[in-house]
Each structure stands twice: as C-alpha cells, then as structure tokens.
Design a protein around this ligand. Structure first.
Ligand code: HDD
Length: 753
C-alpha cells in the first residue's frame, strides 16, 4: 500500500479539486518517491495507560475533573487537531506558495506548533533538578496515635503518596550516580490536607541557618566562569566554602562516605533532618525526628562503580526504580520516629535539637516504627507529575508542627516562593499532581494559569452574599492550629546560640562508628575530591578540618595528597561510636538483586534451572551471551550481549559451565567442537573486563562445570573470598545468595571489615 499519509492528503486534494501534493521537483530531477511506512491507519481513540501508568487519582477541589477525566480531556478523539480542536490533514509540511516557494505567515498550524514547542521547557529546580518519582501508599501502624492527632497516622489508615528522589547539585540531565546528597520528598495526600515530608538521605545538613543556603549552593554548583564541573563537589569552590564554614563538616563527611553514592533509591534511608513537633489530641507535644528505613537495607555503590555508571548508564537510579516497580518488586520503607520530651531548652542528652548539623544516635533514642510506605505505580508522564510536583515543608496537617530550627524557618519561605518562577505563578496547587485529596475551599483567586471556575461572588470573610461560606473550622472541626509555644523573651540579634558552636564532635562520632572498609572508602573519597582542588591553601585548610575530626583520617588523606598532616586545633571529643551509623555487618533480604548469568553454547539445562531458581528467590536473572537472540532450542532469550553488558548492572555473576566438563568423558576435542566453548569466552576481553570489575567491586561470583576457566583468564583467583566454584548452577546460586545477604564481599577490599 502506498504512503498512507499521502493517501489522506489525496482525499483532501479531491475536495480541493484534484490537487495531490507537490508536483514540482527540483528542476531537471524527477520528484522523489515517498517512502512507504506501515503506520496504522484506522482511526481510533488514544491508547489507554499501561497498567502501571494511570494518571494521579485526584479529587478536584473545585468541581474540576479528576485525574482520569483530566487525561481524557488532554487527549481524546482519533484525529489530530490543533489546540482549539480543529482537525488537521497534514502536520509534515508548512503552508507554502508552491512546493519550493516561501512559507506563508498565515500558517496557523505551523505558528502554533512551533510557539508551543518553544515553551515546552520550564526552569529546572534551582536545586534537586534531577529526580525520579513514583506513586504509592502509606499504611499507618497507628503506633504514633499517642503522640499525634494526625488522622493519617491513626490505626490502619491508608494514604496515597507521591515520592520524588533526587540529586542536589546537578542539572536535570546530569548523571544519577554522582557523589552527592539525595533528596527524599514525600507528598501524603491525607484526608486533612497535604503533608509534605521533604527530606534527604543524610540526617544532617551543611548549614544551621537558611540564610546560608544560597552560599552553600553557589559553592557547590559548577564554577560560574566555565560552568564546570557538573553535578559534583570535587572542585575548589565547594571545598573553599565547607572548609571555611566548618559547620558543614558533618554533612560533608557523610557525603564522602558511602552514603554519597547509593546503590539505588530503593536502598537509601531517608531523614526529615529537622526536629518537628507532634501534637496529640490532648494538646500534649513531643519533639521528633523522622526516619525512613528501606526494607532492602542501606546499600551503596563503590566509587569506581558510580563513576562507570555515570558513563555507561547515567539514568541508572531512574531506570532501577521504574524497572523494579514495573516488575512488581515494590520498594518499601518503614517510617519511624525518634521522640524527645518537649523541654524548654529543646535539647536531648546535651544535643541541641534545633541544630540541623546534629543527629541523635539511635542508641540514645531508638527509631520507633509508625507506618509502611510502598511505591507501586510509575508516573504516566514525567513532566506532568515528576517535574511539576511541588513540595513544601510548610504543607502540614493538624498534629504535625514545626520547631524554631532556623534552617527550617527559611525553608518555610523558600518552597512556596520558588514555585512562582518554576511553575509560572501561584496556581501550582491546581496541577493534578499537586491537588489535595481533601476538599479545598480557599479564597485564593485568579492569577496566571487559573484553571478553576470558582463559583460565588464573595471570596472574602466575613460575607453574607455567599451565605457566610467558607466557614472557619476551629480545632474541633480539624483546623490546623499553631501550637502555643512560649517564645523566650529576647533581644533581636543576628546571631547563633553558643550551642551551635561545636562543629567537630558529631563528625568524630560518625568517623569512629565506621568499619575499617567504610573508613577506607571515606579516605579514598576525600583524597579524590581534594586531589581535584587546584588551590593549595584549600587543601591545607581541608586537612586541618580532617585533623579536628580525627588525626588518623587526616594522616591518610594527607599521604594521598602528598602534604604534611597538621595537628588538631581543637580538643578531640570523647564520643561513643553509634553502630547504627554503619551500613555493614547486617544480613539483608536479597529480593530484587540482579544476577548476571554468562552463557553461550553451554550447559543450557543448567542455565534454565538457575534462571528459574533466581526468579523463585525473588531476584532478577539476566542472561548474557556473545550475541543477541535466542540460545539452544530457542527457549532462552539473551538479555545482554558482550557489547551491552556492564558489570555495574549486576549484584552477582554466574558463569555457566559446559556439559560434561569435569567428567572423564570430556576431552580437549569436545571443547574444540563446541561452537562457543568456555575457552573462547575466557579469552574475550569484554568478559575479562566484566569479571575483573565485578571482582574489584566486591561482588559475589559463581561458576560451575568449567565456567571458572573465564575467571582464570581474567586473573580472578578462584580461591578468593566470595568466588564460588560448584558442581551445578543451582548449587553456585545457593552460595552466592548467602553472600548477597551481606551486600558485598567486604573481605575483598584491602582493609578487613
Ligand atoms: Fe531544599 C528542593 C531537601 C534545605 C530551598 N529541598 C528540595 C528538595 C528536597 C530538599 C528533597 C526537592 C523536592 C522535590 O523533589 O521537588 N532542602 C532539603 C533538606 C534541607 C533543605 C532536607 C535541609 C534540611 N532547601 C533548604 C534550604 C532552602 C531550600 C535551607 C532555602 C533557604 N529546596 C529549596 C528550594 C527547592 C528545594 C529552592 C528547589 C525546588 C523546590 O524547592 O521546589 O526551594
């Protein structure tokens, strides 16, 4: 069949009196034949959303359509139209005076199409521009009911949520796996209004007062002259600031630890950072810190892996989250609180709770679980949801209130304000993703992008013309009433309290809580980052900061930089380690782990069996072979080839054996006649690279029936820790599954755990 587009044009041309498209070719040359594509030509309604992709199920505040209805309005009918609903017959050619003539200004379709395109981008977030998000639910355990009256935290209550994870420094198109803090922002669409918990994967912050936020961000962003480096802190301005402004020491140390390079969004903890004030039904208050604990455990990449991923799969975390949800491996976190008595000084065990550079060790105040978050639905449209979602620490519900943390105070201004530029006006709460699920009856009117058709004539109070509506609720009807906290009599000053002055004892506790291998990674990170700094004075100042945390840390980094290690200038604090701060030493679930199975023309029955066993264990098998297509009798699909497979994707590797290898009957001649014998795989440099990287990154590796030949060729010792040689694939899998419980084979790193 000829080009269907041409056919449609032909129909129109009949109506136009036989004109059937351009006749004039280039003078002297025949008009080229139109290529023919198999595009479906039967008009029909737009495709329905995929099962994991339905629009946000929002309840309209103002009688506006709900999410599904809104989607129908955005796209309906089978035919292409302009923005006014007028049907179009051609969207491939501008309207011209003759096929080779000038384009006419009267072409409304051209002008509208290009005008809209010109404005498709909105300003990216000034921080946290790069992100990924998902829908889910939060089920309350009801255990917080004694400390808060928030309805969504009462027994068995289920609340829809939208969670956005992010990096902080990079632009929207930057890599996922850079060394940085990660955002962890949750929007709870509660029956009492929206509650946003806008946290990070690190429990402390660089600064104590919001007035320093522009400074720390200007220092961390790329240099203003060349706009490099992108999405990272390994440069002079960052280290200049954090070594002069030493309250940043604690957060910087966390960033240099493995927490700065998470394995996945699914394996990150989350923290509300600030101390919040909960209020119960009797009006009693409790100070709390919020924690998200991932069910899969807290895991990180190793630095080389993170760097590789930045090149081979810059969307690594985004893809990982979406894939897991699509596969039904829904990530889960438990929400917990540390509780502290609401005393007038707002300290706990000598720790100032209003200083966001402090954490409270879990050994002193255990995290008490209050509910479970499950992310089970991917966004259907990145822009509409992930990009347009607007979080705000001031979105609170009755039962949750703020404290006088000066960092929080500035945030309470910033998050509303920034949306005016980013989302183009004050009506962003009307965007489907931002709409509350509780009834809204505000008196906010008009403004840019007003999509509500408000009724009534009296958006003011008091009024009689709208019958007095809207009415004031009062606490009995669920109003948010600010907690009547006594403010101490004081003089107006620009100053920080004395208790904010200790910048080193909390970082020292963190350092002392690390296992040797985690310390080794921290030393490596500082040595790398400071090694990228040009100014000698900044490096020297950084070493002084490290000496004040711990002379051993300073000494090792100084050696790496080739500089002398200074002595501490403050007394080293006598702090007890907090084992809960370490990521190593526990056994974690292996669900969702990715197992690469290197197969060729090998023991395909064994590969089949091991694949089934991986799936049965809730893990993800990926079959890797020299080329794509099917293996053996065609029942085994190759998912990665030697060209597309990279070690960073796999948590463990299995090397398939060749049938008969190891038995007396198997001879060298058999090996020769095998079309892809183990020996050929062994010699392939791409396999060598895969194996040596996996080995260096502490990943479990298993082989069976001769598969170990590839290990030997790659220089990976078969008797090294975490390298398993077994009789069958399933036996090898069993042993690497046990190793995966510890996440990595830590013994491989030069320092013992
Ligand atoms: Fe912030 C975004 C987390 C301090 C000003 N911040 C933003 C996001 C997260 C955080 C997760 C991304 C939200 C999203 O996914 O849309 N920010 C934090 C944490 C902080 C913090 C945990 C300290 C405890 N932030 C902070 C301060 C200020 C801001 C002190 C300003 C004074 N943050 C912003 C912002 C952003 C933002 C400029 C950019 C985009 C947005 O708000 O919506 O307003």
């Amino acid at each position: 069949e000829a080009n269907p587009l041409k056919r449609v044009a032909g129909k129109v041309s009949d109506a136009l009196g036989g004109y059937s498209g351009p006749e004039e070719g280039i003078p002297g040359k025949p008009a080229p034949e139109s290529p023919s594509f198999d595009e479906p030509t039967t008009p029909r309604e737009p495709l329905p959303a995929k099962p994991d992709q339905s629009g946000p199920d929002t309840v309209s505040p103002t009688g506006q359509p709900t999410g599904a209805e809104q989607a129908r309005m955005a796209q309906s009918g089978a035919f292409l139209t302009d923005a006014q609903g007028t049907r179009l017959y051609d969207t491939d050619h501008s309207l011209k005076a003759g096929a080779r003539g000038p384009v006419l200004l009267q072409d409304h379709h051209l002008r509208e199409k290009v005008m809209h395109f010109d404005h498709e981008r909105i300003p990216e977030r000034v921080v946290h521009a790069r992100g990924a998000a998902a829908h889910g639910t939060f089920r309350s355990y009801g255990t917080a009911a004694s400390v808060t009256k928030a309805a969504f935290l009462t027994q068995d209550e289920e609340t829809p949520v939208f969670v956005r994870f992010s990096t902080v420094l990079g632009s929207r198109g930057s890599a996922d796996t850079v060394r940085d803090t990660r955002g962890f922002a949750t929007k709870f669409y509660t029956s009492e209004g929206v509650f946003d918990l806008v946290g990070n994967n690190i429990p402390v912050f660089f600064i104590q007062d919001a007035i320093k936020f522009p400074d720390v961000i200007h220092a961390g962003k790329p240099h203003p002259d060349r706009e490099i480096p992108q999405a990272q802190s390994a440069h002079d301005t960052f280290w200049d600031f954090v070594t002069l402004h030493t309250e940043a020491t604690h957060h910087t140390l966390w960033n240099m630890s493995d927490r700065g390079i998470p394995r996945s969004y699914r394996t990150m903890e989350g923290f509300g950072v600030h101390t919040f004030r909960l209020v119960n039904a009797e009006g009693a208050t409790t100070l709390v810190k919020f924690h998200w604990k991932p069910k899969l455990g807290v895991h990180s990449q190793v630095w080389e892996e993170a760097q590789l991923a930045g090149g081979v799969d810059p969307d690594y975390h985004r893809r990982d989250l979406a894939d897991a949800i699509e596969a039904g491996a829904y990530p889960q976190w438990e929400l917990g609180i540390q509780t502290f008595p609401d005393t007038p000084d707002q300290t706990f065990e000598g720790i100032d709770l209003l200083d966001a550079t402090n954490l409270v060790p879990e050994e002193l105040a255990p995290v008490q679980p209050i509910g479970l978050l499950t992310l089970d639905r991917n966004p259907s449209n990145y822009f509409a949801e992930t990009e347009q979602v607007a979080f705000h620490v001031g979105h609170l519900v009755p039962g949750i209130d703020v404290t006088d943390d000066p960092l929080l105070a500035g945030r309470l201004f910033s998050y509303l304000d920034t949306q005016i530029t980013r989302l183009g006006g004050p009506n962003f709460p009307q965007l489907p993703i931002n709409r509350p699920h509780a009834p809204v009856n505000d008196m906010l009117r008009d403004g840019m992008h007003q999509t509500a058709v408000h009724r009534g004539v009296a958006p003011y109070r008091p009024n009689s013309l709208d019958g007095g509506c809207p009415f004031l609720a009062g606490a009995d009807n669920g109003a948010f009433v600010e907690t009547p906290v006594r403010v101490p009599e004081a003089t107006k000053v620009r100053a920080a309290p004395e208790s904010f002055a200790d910048h080193f004892s909390q970082p020292r506790r963190f350092w002392l809580s690390m296992t040797p291998v985690e310390k080794e990674h921290i030393v490596g990170a500082y040595t790398f980052e400071l090694g990228k700094v040009y100014e000698q004075t900044i490096k020297e100042r950084a070493l002084q900061v490290l000496a004040n945390i711990d002379p051993d840390l300073c000494e090792q980094v100084a050696t790496g930089l080739g500089l002398p290690a200074p002595a501490p200038t403050v007394p080293l604090a006598d702090v007890a380690p907090s084992p809960a701060l370490s990521q190593i030493g526990q056994t974690w679930p292996t669900a969702g782990r990715i197992i690469g199975i290197l197969a060729g023309s090998t023991d395909l029955d064994g590969v089949h069996a091991v694949r089934e066993a991986v799936l049965a264990a809730g893990m993800v098998p990926l079959v890797v072979a020299p080329t794509g297509g099917k293996l053996g009798d065609g029942t085994l699909t190759v998912q990665r080839t030697y060209v597309t497979a990279r070690s960073i994707e796999f948590d463990a590797l299995l090397l398939a054996g060749t049938p008969g290898v190891g038995s007396d009957a198997y001879t060298a001649r058999d090996a020769e006649s095998d079309p892809v014998p183990v020996g050929a795989r062994a010699g392939d440099p791409r396999v060598g690279l895969l194996l040596s990287e996996a080995f260096r990154h502490g990943k479990a590796i298993g082989a069976w029936a001769g598969g170990e030949a590839a290990l030997e060729a790659a220089g990976v010792p078969t008797d090294a820790p975490g390298v398993v040689v077994a009789d069958s694939g399933t036996a090898a899998l069993e042993r690497i599954t046990t190793l995966l419980g510890a996440h990595r084979v830590w013994e491989r790193f030069s320092t013992q755990v």
